[in-house]
Design a protein around this ligand. Structure first.
Ligand SMILES: [Mg+2]
Length: 116
């Protein structure tokens, strides 16, 4: 087995169990933590111009990297708490999006699927 998401899930299970944090890791709490971390990520881009957001400075880039990790960690933990295969769910959603956004209609524009 060499599935990075499964390896992350298993490592996080050990990390959480060693600290007896399972009791706090309800789906509700994990969903809230995920949103908090997503907001921390977004904060690094707040008020930047589109151009500035393309190439964050060295220090900011490291902090963005940490927040991306926090988001992924809580996402993996939430999916684990709900027994969701995250990779399979993402592949299924991409397939659904491909049907909603056919290439010939969606190429080169950002319209919502019901406006294509
Ligand atoms: Mg954070």
């Amino acid at each position: 087995m060499n599935d990075p998401l499964i390896e992350l899930r298993d490592r996080l299970r050990v990390f959480t169990q060693e600290r007896e944090w399972d009791r706090y890791h309800t789906p509700k709490n994990l969903a809230m933590a995920l949103i908090v971390e997503a907001a921390e990520l977004a904060e690094h881009f707040q008020w930047l111009t589109p151009e500035e957001s393309q190439s964050p400075q060295d220090g900011k880039r490291a902090r963005i990297r940490d927040e991306l990790a926090d988001v992924l960690i809580y996402l993996v933990e939430l999916a684990d708490a709900l027994d969701v295969d995250l990779a399979a769910a993402a592949h299924d959603k991409i397939a659904k999006n491909a049907l909603k956004y056919p290439v010939e209609k969606a190429r080169g524009n950002a319209k919502k699927y019901d406006e294509l």
